[in-house]
Design a protein around this ligand. Structure first.
Ligand code: 5GP
Length: 189
């Protein structure tokens, strides 16, 4: 998606270890117009999918997910990063965080994810695919079905995209970063 790619080149910043910071328009300050345009693009790319719910992980997936939910007029559920003591009938899974280098638990209530749900997972970044695989585990535990996964930015030099596509999942990424070597952002055409 050209608008996102242009913005990454203009405002994205490389950090050691293959991390791209997009804090000025996605991860800290957010560009709501760009966020909306990205959601419109997801709606176009998943037009043939039979979705009845959007799912994401807090916190950075919530903004793009709610934009998609708004356009499709569908509910948006986010997996919570702390086990809430008051949540009943929870499903939980463990995810390894690429950026923080540690494991964390995410939970979703069975009240909001069940066998009747056909979900689209939306997140900001796809790196090694751990967050995506964690959500897939929750979807399976709930007896729900996964219709697709949409990412704002995929880093193709990490393995998540390959793995998810190999599993037959419909994956859409709005911008693909091929390399961050030498702190130069190289985007896929
Ligand atoms: P994965 O689980 O695919 O390894 O990593 C995806 C998650 O880690 C995303 O939810 C995102 O929050 C974070 N992440 C991975 N790589 C990057 C990156 O280069 N920049 C930022 N800002 N977040 C990242």
């Amino acid at each position: 998606m050209k608008a996102l790619k242009d913005r990454i080149i203009k405002d994205g910043k490389c950090f050691p270890g293959g991390i791209l910071k997009v804090d000025s328009f996605i991860n800290h300050q957010m560009d709501a117009s760009l966020m909306r345009s990205m959601a419109v693009e997801f709606v176009r790319r998943f037009a043939s999918a039979r979705i009845n719910k959007i799912i994401t992980v807090e916190a950075s997936g919530i903004a793009p997910a709610i934009m998609v939910g708004n356009l499709l007029e569908l509910p948006v559920v986010f997996a919570k990063k702390k086990k809430p003591s008051t949540m009943e009938h929870m499903l939980c899974t463990t995810i390894h965080s690429f950026t923080k280098g540690k494991d964390y638990t995410v939970c979703v209530s069975q009240e909001y994810l069940g066998p009747e749900d056909r979900v689209l997972f939306i997140d900001d970044f796809l790196a090694n695919g751990n967050a995506a695989l964690g959500i897939l585990d929750l979807v399976k535990q709930a007896g729900a079905s996964l219709e697709g996964m949409g990412f704002l930015i995929e880093k193709s030099f990490q393995n998540g995209g390959n793995e998810l596509r190999r599993m037959g999942i419909h994956v859409e990424s709005l911008a693909i970063v091929d390399s961050l070597d030498n702190c130069t952002i190289q985007l896929h055409d």
